[in-house]
Design a binder for this molecule. Sequence first.
Ligand code: PMP
Length: 438
Amino acid sequence: MTTAELAGQRSRGAELLAAARTVIPGGVNSATRLVGAPHALTAASGAHVTDADGRRYLDYHAAFGAILLGHAAPEVDDAVRAAVGGLDLVGWGVTETEIELARLVVETIPSAEQMISAMSGSEATAQAIRLSRAVTGRPLIVKFQGGFHGWHDAVARNVISAPERAYGDDPLSRGILPEALDSTLIAEFNDLESVRALYERHPGLIAAVIVEPIPHNVGALVPEREFVEGLRALTAERGSLLIFDEVITGFRHAPGGYQEVCGVLPDLTTFGKAMGNGYPIAGLAGPRRLMEHFSSAGGDVLLAGTFNGNPVSSAAAIATITYLRDHPDFYERTHALGDRMRAGLTGICEELGVAGTAAGFGGVFALYFTEAPVRGYRDLMRNNDAAYVAFHRRMTDRGFLMLPLALKRNHISAAHTAEDIDRTLDAARDVLRSIRDD
Ligand code: PMP
């Protein structure tokens, strides 16, 4: 390809980004999409995405984890095509698709007796928190340092994984009432005493503890058994609800989410992302005694949403969950590939003398630029974020797409192969060597 052709091609992506900036603030529809060298993407299939300049990337970003079976998975797309030809949105009563989806979820998620559909993880966590407040009559919520549960006001504190802000008040956004921020308390993951201390300081006022059972929004801190079991016991003892936010872990680590893996059952579970393999859908599930507080069942917690349970998203979720239920080997394969990636990355760091360690669970991996062990958020504050940024940029240049933010995770889907992992590790060895030698 001539330089002129290359320049011409390059301008296609640049043109699209420039055009986007004129009509979309900053040119993207979610601010984190702008981190790293932004691309205009034009195609996606299986484990790959293609940009407007025709470059193909092996995709571990997976739309922040919304892709689980691979891009444009035929099982899901066929179901969506069939749904498009059938009953469209009606907004009165219920449809068979919604019943089928709820049945599947209730059969699959251990703590679920009933579920409500939502369109995004943020809506699901907002509902879970409001329901917790209504049921307990208490105002406060506990979340963990670094945990992300969506963009709404109740969970806007201590999300940003920047070390210098780790213990400050760092609301996700301006425009949030101080009362809303003050009603969210912050504890430390894998540190039950930090939760207990909040109960001592605010007796009788904590409605719920919301936790990502594996905080994938800071990579992959794996919970210690005493911690999850302790959270379950403590919240029950103090009359609060325990909410597992399984928006990332749900369906990805096991059909029934991380609660199936660890055997600890929350009161409420939120899920989304991977359940529709790229189509917008999320949900909240729990026991009937809690779920019947929704106004649809005569309770006093509003349940509303024009697109809740819409036929296209529901069909995508039914197809995805059915695939997972019928293909238990999906978990064996992705977990084995995840192990291969983590062992490979950690081994390369050791071999090269780079202070780095790979963490994760199942098909999810994170590369921390710090020595193991990484148990909690305090350990993450030692992470060399600049090294990750360099790693990300150089891997992208070589055609491997990962999450651009230091301390985030990456995803292996049904479409990745052992050969993909090995190619990634070869590239990572070169990149890590170049970072060490900088
Ligand atoms: N909870 C968790 C654990 C998440 O990671 C996210 C999104 N990254 C959300 C909730 C919010 O989901 P959504 O972006 O679909 O609103």
